[in-house]
Design a protein around this ligand. Sequence first.
Ligand SMILES: Nc1ncnc2c1ncn2[C@@H]1O[C@H](COP(=O)(O)OP(=O)(O)OP(=O)(O)O)[C@@H](O)[C@H]1O
Length: 438
Amino acid sequence: MVVLETKDLSYSYPDGTLALEDINIKIEKGKKIAFVGRNGSGKSTLFMALNGTHRPQKGQVLYHGEPLRYDSKSLREVRKNVGIVFQNSDDQIFAPTIYQDVAFGPINLGYPKEKVEKIVTDTLEYVGLTHLKNKPPHHLSGGQKKRVAIAGIVAMDPEIIILDEPLSNLDPVGADEVMDLLNELNYFGKTIIISTHDVDLAYSWADYVFLMNNRRVISEGVPEDIFRQTENLKAAYLRKPVTLEIYEEIKKRGLAKIKSCPRDIPDLVQTLRSQHLMWVDVPPEVEVGDTINLGILYGEYAMDSMYEAINCRVLHIHEEGLAIVEMDRKALRAGSIGIYDTSRYSHDELMRIIKRDGIECVGAMGKKSKLIAEENDIYIHVTSGVIDRSILNALSGQRCLILTHDGMVEHALDRIRGYMEKSGINIPVSVANPRAEK
Ligand SMILES: Nc1ncnc2c1ncn2[C@@H]1O[C@H](COP(=O)(O)OP(=O)(O)OP(=O)(O)O)[C@@H](O)[C@H]1O
């Protein structure tokens, strides 16, 4: 379903600068969208047009198929549904305390006092800022300010959240936290639109990408297509994402075993063709192309995990039964992943699970999980890209536990099961504290 659309939209600033020209885009509900383009290509201007702040001189913006109207009542309505988080948090945060800042939107929407209080309390908890609620915003770090700005928008419960350069000026941890938050919001149904220069981020994160240059959208599509269009990337002064570049080099050398483009590190690892060739004696009945089982390697002989079952494909049979075979290593004990639902957190149970399952690697998704780990002095090995890194750690034989909550539990299960299906590798995965059966 298309939620937001523009038709032949052009916009010039009052000083005559033409900033957008004939923009035709369609935004699908529930997607993660990235607008990628260098400085000055028109991304911020487009975002301001999408929520009615800039009124185009030509063309239209449509929200759910209805052209935007620019009277104050209609604008209020559209801004409630299409929230923008500005690039510079200081442009957005102005109340004396964080609490008041987040309350600003809901109060403006005319909600009763109790409802405002509940929304603000829930939102601050959601973004992990409850402990700072009475602080003045200018005392916060860049990452915290960004989360306050996002909270201010989330508090109005918009259908679409637009973020202009959400990671600019953030350190890697702050950036990961913001991306975690955006993924969670998207998982629970919000359409998320960001602008960025970061091609690696857009490639791995977005469902759909618009490439902008010089006031126009020059290309659009799924990231695997957009970032392979070398000419368009050059025209937009952008480079290829690193994961894609590595994959293309691997492919050129005949080392890739699958044709689909990997978008993240587990996918990239999965792409690698096993290159282990060896000589073995084979019985007379074996023919070229047969698969034979060589048994199990472990310890220092196993390369990818603690224990590996080695199957071989016979490539060539030499005289007297000596054959060249290509080894296919399969992890036998691929480690495991437990998922702990922190919405049903109990200190004793969590500590018992970590001990019982011999957990070697803990990952925390979301602010609440990180706080729980901190409270309990649990060392967090993985704080970002938690699901993918846990998969990689499990593949190398580690027992992993992911701390997360509510619906994200299902999301993690889906992602891990999806990986198992694609790769054919079985990683034991379960919810460590499942909901009790009624
Ligand atoms: N208030 C303004 N008045 C006049 N021209 C402006 C104004 N704001 C932006 N522009 C111009 O509009 C064009 C598009 O700018 P815009 O900020 O939308 O680009 P952008 O892609 O968001 O860039 P960045 O990545 O640097 O944020 C640029 O040529 C810019 O100089």
